[in-house]
Write a protein that binds this ligand. Structure first.
Ligand code: NAP
Length: 248
């Protein structure tokens, strides 16, 4: 059984990493996929071709999730192309790590804009569509760092904790219209974002995880599949930790 047959999903930041993993699993489960990216034109084109080859409609859009007007224009374009939207995955995110002592105002603002304001922009832009349908599943990518904090990531942790507060509030506000909103808090998932870290740091993370490995993009994508599908019809306002037991 294909869990997302006939559904249309928008995924922000899917040219690589976790977003790409979600796009692939969603397409394999029958969803049409509209996805965004910031600057990776070639990877986005390659993903579009890969998803189309799976027999689903798919299209990549270059769109800055941190920009309020671009988010609105994106939703308008996707509705014109795909007819409707059933699932929104707010996945786009960046890091600009530094100790607070050395963190610039620009690096604080940029991380909040891309990781948190983007979630507001996209959710606000899709809200009318979901209200009309009296259905919709919104999944926001938080992080274990947003739950427990992390030295050297005050900007990132604040953005990801903000995503959790936003998620729970949307769940309370829109639950009566059958619109669900949940967050996923991935632990240490091995992508380009984590490839910036030294081998020593990476091994340190792996050793500290009860399941003794970093997560894969597929591990996170499978949790998204559950939260996007009707399998989770009675689940809203939750934070699902996909972290190999790190937060236990
Ligand atoms: P990644 O490999 O660095 O990929 C980030 C994606 O976001 C890329 O597709 C990038 O597009 C896109 N993007 C960046 N800024 C954007 C913007 N302003 N507008 C639209 N798209 C934008 O990151 P990842 O590791 O897959 O992480 C995905 C999400 O999971 C993030 O929210 C991250 O905070 C969260 N997360 C990751 C981990 C982990 O261990 N990796 C753990 C917890 C949470 P371009 O390719 O064009 O730059």
């Amino acid at each position: 059984m294909k869990l997302l047959e006939g559904k249309v999903a928008i995924i922000t930041g899917a040219s690589r990493g976790i977003g790409k993993g979600i796009a692939e699993i969603f397409a394999k489960n029958g969803a049409s996929v509209a996805f965004t990216y910031s600057s990776s034109v070639e990877s986005a084109q390659a993903l579009e071709n890969e998803l189309n080859a799976l027999g689903v409609k798919a299209k990549g859009y270059q769109s800055d999730a941190a920009d309020f007007n671009q988010a609105q224009e994106l939703i308008d374009a996707v509705l014109a192309e795909f007819g409707t939207v059933d699932i929104l995955i707010n996945n786009a995110g960046i890091t600009k790590d530094n100790l607070l002592m050395r963190m610039s105002e620009a690096d604080f603002d940029k991380v909040i804009d891309v990781n948190l304001k983007s979630v507001f922009n996209m959710t606000k832009a899709i809200q009318k569509t979901f209200l009309k349908k009296r259905a919709g599943s919104i999944i926001n990518m938080s992080s274990v760092v947003g739950v427990k904090g992390n030295a050297g990531q005050t900007n990132y942790a604040a953005s990801k904790a903000g995503v959790i507060g936003f998620t729970k509030s949307v769940a309370l506000e829109l639950g009566s219209r059958n619109i669900r909103c949940n967050a996923i808090a991935p632990g240490f998932i091995e992508t380009e974002m984590t490839a910036k870290l030294s081998d020593e740091v990476v091994q340190g993370w792996r050793d500290g995880i009860p399941l003794k490995r970093g997560g894969t993009t597929e591990d996170v994508a499978n949790a998204c599949l559950f939260l996007a599908s009707d399998m989770s019809a009675y689940v809203t306002g939750q934070v699902l930790n996909v972290c190999g037991g790190m937060l236990t």
